[in-house]
Design a protein around this ligand. Structure first.
Ligand code: HMG
Ligand code: MG
Length: 310
């Protein structure tokens, strides 16, 4: 196999479908389904699954059952089960639910910050400070997420320097990892490279993860571009589920199956079983009664059906 010296040998994929994927579903997804999906994904080999969100149920009703979900899953030894936490109220629940990692989530856009978490960027950092401290006091890993890093549905272009400012603030709080999120999937490889080039001067590239929504179909190209910049952690959602409730028109994250197919073709190790992920994507698409958003998943299932003579 030809392998590029510029690409990582190994990539960590954080499966965010159970949180980012399901949060936008209008109809309540049964807890047994959420739990089964997470268990299927941990069996497929993910070392990190974003499983739930302890946010206000008035803002995101779908995540209201996060305590039940976290109590019901089978914990795979070594797997990190992450939860979103916007404030201390959420942190108390994260602690009680034995989350391995909390995710504080801010934005590089003032308007998006107001719409998503009802405060300015500066206020969000003030709010995250005691949350991060409490988590670190309990030896819980903290990840920071920065929405609208490639552009904002309300403000349009976002200067990489603004992303850099929020990176510095989150790093000062004690975040071990920082997600660079293309919330509305508008980035293309040159924009991705410009942002990572800028923030690569602030923290080592190994601190960053790419969280790319696929609204404009650019995610795979963007992942490739980010890998060329030295990024080796990416978020994806099984069957391409998802969207952001506060970013009108934004579609799901890049589909996990498509990322796995790309990385396997590049000879990059992930430790994840492609076929098991395809089956869990098929499972959740059927339960939600929606088309499977993964092209690689659909192609694999069609091939299997064909060879079985269906
Ligand atoms: P607020 O209304 O300003 O908060 O919301 P508040 O402190 O005034 O509380 C209002 C009510 O919410 C109170 O209840 C609180 O108890 C309750 P009431 O007294 O009215 O009955 N409350 C909570 N309940 C449960 N758990 C909590 C909690 N906090 C307050 N943790 C707040 C501020 C941040 C809470 C709200 O705006 C919120 O929950 N926002 C979350 C929005 C969200 O989850 N968005 C989607 C996730 S982010 C995302 O998808 C982007 C990402 O994927 C990256 C990318 O793609 O860009 C990460
Ligand atoms: Mg997202």
């Amino acid at each position: 196999m030809i392998s590029s010296p510029y690409l990582p040998k190994k990539v960590k994929i954080v499966e965010v479908g159970p949180r980012d994927g399901l949060q936008n579903e209008k109809t309540f997804v049964a807890n047994e389904v959420k739990i089964s999906l997470i268990n299927q994904l941990s069996s497929a080999g993910f070392s990190n699954i974003e499983a739930a969100a302890f946010v206000s149920p008035k803002w995101i009703p779908q995540m209201a059952s996060s305590e039940i979900v976290m109590a019901g899953i089978d914990r795979m030894p070594g797997t990190i089960y992450s939860v979103l936490v916007p404030n201390l109220q959420g942190f108390e629940k994260a602690l009680a639910s034995r989350a391995n990692e909390i995710v504080i989530f801010g934005a590089a856009s003032e308007t998006f910050s107001q719409k998503n978490i009802n405060c300015s960027i500066a206020e969000s950092i003030e709010r995250f400070a005691p949350v991060t401290k409490a988590a670190l006091d309990h030896n819980i890993r903290v990840r920071g997420s920065i929405s609208c890093a490639m552009g904002c549905p309300f403000e349009g272009n976002i200067d990489p320097a603004k992303v850099g400012e929020v990176v510095r603030l989150m790093a000062d709080l004690g975040c071990a990892e920082i997600d660079i999120a293309d919330t509305i999937g508008i980035g293309t490889p040159n924009k991705i490279k410009a942002v990572f080039e800028h923030i690569g001067q602030i923290l080592p590239m190994s601190t960053y993860s790419g969280h790319f929504h696929d609204t404009y179909g650019q995610s795979l190209a963007n992942i490739y571009a980010a890998m060329e910049m030295g990024v080796s952690t990416f978020h994806s959602s099984v069957a391409g589920l998802g969207g952001c409730p506060y970013a009108q028109g934004a579609t799901g994250n890049v589909a996990t199956e498509d990322v796995l197919y790309l990385l396997a073709g590049l000879g990059i190790e992930t430790g994840i079983d492609f076929e098991l992920v395809v089956r869990s994507g098929n499972y959740i698409s059927n339960v939600l009664n929606r088309p499977n958003g993964s092209k690689a998943g659909r192609a694999f299932l069609a091939k299997v059906a064909l060879s079985a003579g269906d």
